[in-house]
Design a protein around this ligand. Structure first.
Ligand code: SAM
Length: 233
């Protein structure tokens, strides 16, 4: 069985699209997508030897070597131009995902859809998408084993449409902000508690200009998030 997190990513793969899953590790996601008949072929990319071997082993043991091409290389470099329609990148930090997209712009030229699942810092991805002509078309948020994961879906197009208020839109996500599902409220409640904890430590620490700046930034972030959460209305 696929994890709830990866299933939430697979949910957004349009049927019949050609898939590349970057940072695929065991290649669970492409194996599942092929077995479910969502895609007919896929590429699993991995930059590290161990996970690359795991991906090859998994694909072979499931009898999917004809459908899934396991390739070793950095980010989107494993894709040839025009080869795929949808790219999934899951289970990494948002900054790393954004750098993979930035370094692979050439390979993205013919890609229709990106499905991205950052473990942290979704803001880095939203910022990259916005600056590079990708429009956020959907967002999802799920909880699994006590952890909360965001899923961002983007297509080429209008950039500004979905961001009514840019600052909170980039941080919290325009769709999630609008819907505010339970895992979303839980995530930002956790974040704010964490910021409060850091804030009280900083306020106890010795006066310094650096601390003063951090304190001001944290107050601003807490104020921003508190101001938009519906439970605080
Ligand atoms: N995508 C799977 C998932 O969500 O369960 C695996 C996530 S795993 C935590 C992250 C994987 O990304 C690791 O196997 C790592 O080797 C791979 N990775 C990190 N940077 C990469 C890059 N630049 N190109 C390809 N793979 C990368």
């Amino acid at each position: 069985r696929l994890s709830k997190r990866l299933e939430a990513v697979v949910n957004y793969i349009p049927k019949g699209y050609r898939l590349a899953d970057i940072g695929s590790d065991h290649a669970y996601l492409p194996c599942f997508a092929v077995k479910q008949g969502i895609v007919t072929s896929a590429i699993a990319g991995e930059v590290v030897e161990g996970p690359y071997q795991s991906a090859k082993g998994q694909v072979a043991s499931e009898g999917l070597t004809a459908a899934i091409s396991v390739r070793k290389g950095d980010g989107l470099a494993v894709i040839n131009s025009g080869e795929v329609d949808v790219v999934t990148i899951a289970g990494m930090g948002g900054a790393l995902i954004a750098s993979i997209l930035e370094n692979g712009k050439n390979q993205l030229e013919t890609v229709q859809r990106l499905i991205l699942q950052p473990n942290i810092s979704a803001i880095s991805i939203r910022t990259w998408l916005r600056n590079n002509g990708w429009e956020l078309v959907a967002e999802d948020i799920i909880e699994e084993d006590g952890k909360i994961y965001e899923i961002l879906v983007a297509e080429r197009g209008e950039v500004d449409k979905s961001y009514v208020h840019l600052e909170e839109g980039l941080l919290l996500g325009p769709f999630l902000l609008n819907q505010q599902p339970a895992p979303f409220l839980k995530k930002w409640d956790r974040e704010m508690r964490n910021w409060q904890r850091i804030l009280s430590q900083l306020e106890k620490a010795a006066d310094s200009e650096e601390n003063a700046i951090k304190i001001k930034e944290l107050h601003a972030k807490i104020h921003l998030v508190k101001g938009v959460l519906k439970e605080n209305e």
